[in-house]
Structures are given as structure tokens and as C-alpha cells.
Write a protein that binds this ligand. Structure first.
Ligand SMILES: [Mg+2]
Ligand SMILES: [Zn+2]
Length: 185
């Protein structure tokens, strides 16, 4: 699962803990995965680090606050993976032509290796077409949510998409229900 616009509200750069907000049905979606025994993993591009808009300490505090808000609603992420790079902006080591900035597959490959995931049986959910690109890059299914940038992507840009999502979902909970039904869980 993508973070901004999928797990949480898309508010631009989240450069302070006060700016992280779960979307209304996120905790329920993650709880469903937890109860079904399906690993729930976040994969996010945070180029604001490379661009110098916020530090890794702020990023970690923001993610910790998100995890805390989820925990308050009995929902747990099994892994959090972040790309802090940008190919052209900022300074090394963050200015890097990395293998992990979505739609490149590095974050998903790391998660799969750490958690023993079968990517071919996995579902990537996000609000941008690059989230679908990374899904297909590893043989996973890709679900576009209509939260965050998703609705605009769907309504105004889908004729330009280089690829097609496997499913369009109203939000993360809808996406999770689709994913669980697909695997019969
Ligand atoms: Mg997003
Ligand atoms: Zn990266």
C-alpha cells in the first residue's frame, strides 16, 4: 500500500507530524488484512527528503504517528518501506538514480525478501499510475484507489495511461475487499 493518498490524506509534503491523517476507512482496511493473516505493507516515495524539505527524523516521526493512530484502532502494519531519493534533486546520497523509487521495484523486492512475500500473489494499492506500474513490474496486481490523486487520474488522464489497473477501488477498504475476495480469504 502506498501512503499519501491511499493510507493517509494527500496533503502534499508531510513535513510535520501534525500533517499526517489517516483516511476514514484506512484502519478498518488494515484490520481486515491483519485478521485475514495477510501482511500489510506500506511502500512510499518520499522525495521531500532528497529535496531537503524535511529530514529522516521528521519522516520517522510522521510514520510513527501514523502507526500510533492505526494502533489506536487496533490496526497494524507489518512493514514500512520508504524511498528517500530523487534522481535529479538534492545532494547525494539522496540524489540518486535508485532502484526503489516507484515505479521501480526496489521497495517491493525488499519487502518480499524481508517478509517472505509471494509478489505474484500480492496486490499493490495506490492513487497514482506509478503505483500500478510498480505492481506490474513485479508481477503483482495493481489497484488504483480514487482517494488522493486517484479520482483525477481516473477521470481526466486514463486515456493517456501506459497501462491498466487490475481494479479501480473507491478507497483502500474497497481495494482490500477486492484483494481478499480474489484470494478467497
Ligand atoms: Mg500516493
Ligand atoms: Zn530510492
Amino acid at each position: 500500500m502506498d501512503r499519501d493518498g491511499c493510507l493517509t490524506e494527500e496533503l502534499g509534503y508531510v513535513n510535520h507530524v501534525s500533517r499526517i491523517r489517516l483516511l476514514p476507512r484506512t484502519a478498518e482496511a488494515v484490520r481486515r488484512l491483519n485478521r485475514a493473516g495477510v501482511p500489510a505493507v506500506m511502500v512510499t516515495n518520499q522525495a521531500g527528503i532528497a529535496k531537503g524539505y524535511f529530514s529522516e527524523d521528521v519522516l520517522n516521526a510522521v510514520n510513527a504517528e501514523m502507526v500510533r493512530q492505526l494502533g489506536d484502532q487496533d490496526a497494524r502494519l507489518d512493514g514500512l518501506y520508504v524511498c528517500t531519493h530523487h534522481p535529479e534533486e538534492g545532494e547525494p546520497p539522496y540524489r540518486a538514480d535508485c532502484d526503489c523509487r516507484k515505479p521501480r521495484p526496489g521497495l517491493l523486492l525488499r519487502a518480499a525478501s524481508d517478509l517472505g512475500l509471494d509478489l505474484g500473489a500480492s496486490v499493490m494499492v495506490g492513487d497514482k499510475i506509478s503505483d500500478i506500474g510498480v505492481a506490474h513490474a513485479v508481477g503483482a496486481a495493481g489497484v488504483l484507489v480514487l482517494t488522493g490523486y486517484g479520482r483525477g487520474e481516473w477521470e481526466h488522464r486514463r486515456h493517456q495511461w501506459p497501462l491498466k489497473p487490475d481494479h479501480i477501488a473507491e478507497d483502500l477498504l474497497d481495494a482490500v475487499e477486492w484483494a481478499l475476495a480474489r484470494t478467497g480469504r
